[in-house]
Design a protein around this ligand. Structure first.
Ligand SMILES: [Zn+2]
Length: 207
């Protein structure tokens, strides 16, 4: 599942996950889990923490280790969240598909205009506990996700300037992945400018 920041991708991924009984796999979550669970060797954890604290992306090698660990511990369907996101990651993803005998991937791209991504963050809130993102302005002040009850806060880096940078980073990567798979797999482009329920309906129609 692909989408720009504030495309509603997280919410839609949860809907699809519930529908097809899948786990959502995102590198960011895997990094946070690795740091809190400590399932990896000290050496790797030190590197993961160091990258995380500096805010730099994990190396492809580490991302690969985290992904394989997750795949090995999962039984059912998987939804990859903005992964693969580079040509190198596509190659690795293809290797994983072959190695684990996955069926052909289906790409759901929730497409919004870059301006929409930037403007939506003015109302975006994130749970300080489970990191769930809320795009609507009328959600109250605590997290409604399965008894989480975390506090909903505005992220300090949710400024238009930083958002533009994130959009400029993500858009060419999304385009690359969509272009790569357009002739090789099922690619569904969903209009993410619509409401959450309309987008959910569109996705339900194609899956
Ligand atoms: Zn929460």
């Amino acid at each position: 599942m692909l989408g720009l920041p504030a495309s509603g991708k997280g919410t839609q991924a949860e809907n699809v996950a519930a529908k097809i009984n899948a786990e959502i796999v995102g590198i960011g979550d895997l990094v946070r889990e690795a740091i809190s669970d400590g399932n990896f060797s000290d050496e790797i954890i030190v590197e993961i923490k160091s990258n995380y604290n500096k805010g730099i992306p994990q190396s492809d090698e580490i991302a690969g280790k985290l992904l394989e660990e997750k795949i090995n511990n999962s039984k059912g369907n998987l939804i990859f969240d903005n992964y693969p996101f580079s040509l190198k990651q596509i190659k690795f993803f293809e290797h994983l598909i072959e190695k684990y005998n996955f069926s052909e991937p289906e790409i759901i791209y929730i497409k919004i205009k870059p301006e929409t991504s930037v403007s939506r963050i003015t109302t975006r809130l994130v749970c300080d506990k489970c990191k769930k993102i809320y795009l609507s302005g009328s959600v109250g002040d605590s997290c409604s996700s399965g008894g989480c009850n975390g506090r909903l806060i505005k992220r300090a880096d949710d400024t238009p300037e930083i958002m533009k940078k994130r959009v400029n980073f993500a858009q060419p990567r999304i385009d690359l992945v969509v272009d790569y798979y357009r002739d090789k797999a099922k690619v569904y482009e969903i209009d993410g400018e619509k409401s959450i329920s309309e987008v959910a309906e569109e996705i339900n129609k194609v899956l």
